[in-house]
Design a binder for this molecule. Structure first.
Ligand code: SF4
Length: 484
């Protein structure tokens, strides 16, 4: 298998569809430039993207096992100070359905996860100024004491930035303060930091859709601070709204660039082969970096953003207007909204084909990230299964509960047997993993969760869809729901 951490050379003189280049990229021997990434995303046939993304996936993860995790999304509060127009989850503190879960309710949720063999909670919430640092520390300590076997994958860069605003920690720079908070949370039991709130990094898009949420630099700096403390993180992207194709590539490029930086500055935390299996040799404390990338299309229901006219409108067709997001977007993220008066006023949703294209390009662009996650939660189980042939190596989590993407449209709920069946029917052995993508068990024998099932009618896919009664005041929290 090829390594993902070796420096790679770019070949900017080549067309992205040059088969020699694509073969080298899929073998982990060459790096795509952003220009080549854009050329692939906008021009390559779907089957070509699938073929090379799958080859890259196989070169990293082999031909046999594809993973999943048993975890639980816990959204501890829906009260939030931000005003993201794609969010159907947030509430103001005085709304009738605003909530903050009590410790006992939260412990009960972790208990239910533990009872089905779960290993991780993904805990995220709105940015709630009423919650003090001690509330978080007591909660983390309480979970760790009661459930030492459950890893806590929690919060997100926007939440960390707001923690700094709410807690006023010591430190001379914003990032010093973030580090101080991160150290406290880590000492109390937080294990890793999910990539929520990534959306689209390009400032022109971000300022339109994510009012009150941290900017790209703060997002990336928070992750770098976590990496400096030896923490693993993930990155996310939510697309298919007002952004241009170049914005998606810029987003991936930024993640790749900061991953290079983390690996250069903190190492990978891996030991040389000669001592890797010696239990007396302690792993280095540093080595924090991104472990996975998760991207999914925007879910429009119940959101202000979802009410924009879909491009192309009749006027757009009469004027032969290009999609405004593409007119504005630049590969270096420097696009400005003034370039097109209709920027932010047209929606270009992404369906299954667009999802597979984007995911395949992410596998090819993000040569230094270990995992690409399938987003069956938003795309449905069968597109999620096909995603395993478009660069994804991980099916994410069983879904015990989902509050966030469900608020903005239909999402799906699968149990372990169905997840294993989907992986097996795609041609792989299902492997249950932990937070750091180590395989805990592979399901090869007749005791496998899917092979024990006699009657599949008991395991029908459940659809989650929470009807929203106040669409004008609410909006979708992308943190968490599909990000593990
Ligand atoms: S997406 Fe997150 S930060 Fe934005 S409004 Fe919703 S809960 Fe708040």
């Amino acid at each position: 298998m090829s390594t993902i951490y070796q420096p790679l050379h770019e070949h900017p003189q080549l067309s992205a569809t040059d088969t020699g280049l694509l073969t080298a990229v899929s073998a982990g021997e060459a790096r795509l430039t952003p220009e080549q990434g854009l050329e692939l995303l906008t021009g390559a046939p779907l089957h070509t993207l699938g073929r090379y993304a799958d080859a890259r996936c196989r070169s990293i993860h082999g031909n046999h096992v594809r993973s999943y995790i048993i975890d639980r999304n816990i959204n501890y509060t829906n009260i939030c100070t931000a005003k993201c127009i794609f969010c159907a989850f947030k509430r103001k503190g005085d709304e009738h359905d605003a909530y903050t879960l009590e410790y006992e309710e939260l412990y009960q949720k972790v208990q239910e996860l533990s009872d089905i063999g779960g290993t991780q909670i993904l805990m995220q919430g709105g940015m709630n100024p009423a919650l003090k640092l001690d509330w978080y520390l007591e909660l983390l300590n309480g979970i760790r004491e009661r459930f030492p076997h459950v890893k806590i994958h929690a919060f997100s860069p926007p939440e960390l930035i707001e923690f700094v605003n709410f807690f006023d920690p010591p430190g001379s720079t914003l990032i010093d303060k973030v580090r101080w908070v991160l150290i406290k949370l880590k000492e109390a039991g937080m294990g890793s930091l999910p990539g929520g709130g990534g959306e689209i990094f390009a400032p022109a898009v971000r300022t339109k859709i994510g009012l009150g949420k941290c900017d790209m630099n703060a997002w990336l700096e928070v992750m770098y601070a976590a990496h400096s403390l030896g923490m693993f993180t993930s990155a996310s992207m939510m697309y298919g709204h007002i952004e241009g194709y170049a914005d998606r590539i810029h987003h991936m490029h930024m993640v790749r660039h900061w991953q290079d930086k983390a690996i250069r500055d903190f190492g990978t935390g891996e030991l040389p082969d000669a001592v890797a299996f010696d239990p007396t040799v302690k792993k280095p404390e540093t080595g924090g970096h991104y472990l996975g990338f998760h991207s999914w299309p925007f879910q429009p229901d119940n959101t202000a953003l979802g009410r924009l006219p879909h491009w192309p409108t009749e006027t757009d067709l009469e004027n032969d207007s290009p999609f405004p997001g593409d007119t504005v977007a630049k590969l270096d993220g420097s696009g400005t909204k003034d370039t097109d008066p209709n920027f932010g006023r047209r929606l270009r949703l992404a369906g299954a084909t667009e999802y597979l294209r984007t995911q395949a390009v992410s596998r090819l662009m993000l040569d230094n990230l270990y995992t690409i996650g399938s987003s069956w939660v938003t795309m449905g189980p069968h597109v999620g299964q096909v995603a395993l042939s478009y660069g994804a190596n991980d099916m994410g989590s069983v879904m015990m509960e989902e509050n966030v993407v469900s608020s903005a449209g239909t999402t799906y709920c699968l149990d372990e047997a169905v997840l294993c069946r989907l992986i097996r029917n795609a041609g792989y052995i299902p492997g249950q993993r932990d937070t750091t993508y180590d395989i805990l068990k592979t399901h090869t024998d007749s005791n496998s969760p899917d092979l024990l099932v006699k009657d599949w009618s008991e395991h029908r896919t459940k659809r989650l869809h929470i009807e929203n009664t106040k669409p004008e005041t609410t909006a979708q929290l992308t943190v968490g729901a599909t990000d593990s």
